[in-house]
Write a protein that binds this ligand. Sequence first.
Ligand code: ATP
Length: 527
Amino acid sequence: MSEAAQQKVEVNNAPVTATQRMANLVSLAKRRGFVFPASEIYGGLNGFWDFGPLGIALKNNIRDTWWRDMVECPPIGPDGSPLSIVGLDSAIIQNPKTWVASGHVAGFADLMSDCRETKGRYRADHIVCTEIQFKKGDNVKSLGWLSTLDGDEAEANLAKKAKKMIQKSGGGEIVPFDITKAIPFTSLSESQRALVIGPDAENPGTLTEPRKFNLMFETYTGVFQNEDSRAYLRPETAQGIFLNYKNVLDSSRVKVPFGIAQIGKAFRNEVTPRNFIFRTREFEQMEMEFFCPPDDAKMWYEFWVTTRLKWWEERIGLSKAKLQRREHDSDELAHYSTACADVEFQYPFSEPKFGELEGIAHRGNFDLTQHSQHSKTNLEYFDQENNKKYLPHVIEPASGLTRGVLAVLCDAYEYDASRASPEWLRIKPSLAPIKAGVFPLVNKDGMPEMAEKIYLELRQSFTCQYDAKQSIGRRYARMDEAGTPFCLTVDGDSLKDSTVTVRHRDTASQERVNAGQLKAYLNEKLA
Ligand code: ATP
């Protein structure tokens, strides 16, 4: 997002475009303590973000829902019996041979291109280009290839740049072009690439030829920093699961089919971290490897794609219209994979397109085969019932927790200029960082005492916040921006009839509820 676009659209002005909506959301996220730029007082660090008090609460709620639905109460399988899935927390730094066996050392790379003019660095497959041609008589001359980064209103950007270029060339007859058919930089020929004007550049031909860039962060273990002590921060949590597959089999009572689930940090030195917390260099994943008999893998793949799509909709509350399943084309698949589908979400910066939220991959027995060979450990499973040995096949639902937080925030952001609190977050109540705000209407006449009593009781069951400062409207607005579904206000009548006002975040409607019934009321609403 450009700096200009990042400027918050003033609240009296409805955020009309997706870019404005996104800019407002980023601003709200900082203002309310969801997400801060990491090391901000030192100027920040590209690709790193910190989660503030409300952000960590929201993130933990999504994380706990995933853990509950995967490990503590896994889904019922196609045959009607509950699945067996166990948890794991493996080290971030593993023996570096892990990443040789998994293929990450040799192949976990993106193509990148540098701009000689602006010193910018871009993921080559994220640059999209369109050619502008100029017509004089029968002669057609190329004015060059304009480029921008994919997403982020790419078409509008290209159109703006094209207009500027045409003006610069003194006007004239421009061959009509279709801005919606922008071509990826990597799909152009080498001679065409040499004519491209970089996304932030003025002159053509300043982008270098795409070259491979390994995304793994390197570090060293022990006191000597040399080739022998080199290690890597894990770029995914999945490999820690494969390394412990035998330990889990030997120590638990699991039998194939079963799953091992893990949530944790992953690190990728992304070439172009961007779009807020969509693509960061440090992020959290929620991954599960489901080990199954080879003959059943196709059936489990279908099961998991369907189950995961439904989970984001039903358990996390993302809008159905903003979710889709996208099957990978055969040329997108890794050589060992027979199928892969993404659960995609329509983020404001990807509109009208969708971006990845989770990938579900049929990985065959690639990982277990690789780790068997490289570690010289037999990882075969002995199927007692059928008296045969085999390497299980694996279905991997791999989702981003950080990206999940982003999808929830994007989906929840609402704006209505006619409301006293025009911006609010329509977060599913069970995931909201604060479930209820408890207020005395005014800070006197016995109201604070009654409100405090209610607060002290409710906070034992729900995350609540007590607030007696500022006008009641300001307090409602603060809670709306935090995504708090209910505000409970003690007023003059409360002292007479023991009822309080319950205000609903999304409609701003109010009702009276008996103070003694509040716990049961919230339990019902949050169920
Ligand atoms: P992408 O194509 O967006 O780079 P990927 O296909 O490489 O993602 P996976 O390796 O399948 O991603 O990782 C599983 C999940 O981890 C993704 O669906 C995404 O939600 C999350 N993820 C991956 N890379 C990042 C990142 N740099 N920042 C935040 N989340 C990420």
